[in-house]
Design a protein around this ligand. Structure first.
Ligand SMILES: [Zn+2]
Length: 97
């Protein structure tokens, strides 16, 4: 296994690279990481943007693998977008009533 930052050989037990100090994430650990939180973040970002935003931010905090981080980030982006659209619609409704 090699460091993803500097390419130096690292043993699977190492948590940090001996060369550059970069955190070592083994492919095993990355695979074992549950995708559930990222999926929930995506689902709730549509159903309930506040919850989706929260789950997405938690996902960004806890996930190490890029795929899960990307999904969480997507959840955050969708949540914020829907929230803005909902605010705009509410404001328009108040404007016309
Ligand atoms: Zn390194």
């Amino acid at each position: 296994m090699y460091c993803t930052k500097c390419g130096k050989l690292a043993s699977p037990e190492d948590q940090f690279c001996n060369g550059c100090g970069n955190a070592i994430v083994s492919p095993e650990a990355e695979k074992k990481e549950s995708i559930v939180l990222a999926i929930l973040a995506l689902v709730f970002s549509v159903l309930c943007p506040i919850v989706g935003l929260h789950l997405g931010l938690v996902g960004l905090e806890v996930y190490k693998s890029k795929k899960n981080r990307d999904l969480s980030a997507l959840g955050v982006i969708i949540s914020v977008s829907i929230f803005i659209v909902l605010c705009a619609i509410t404001m328009l409704l108040f404007y016309f009533i």
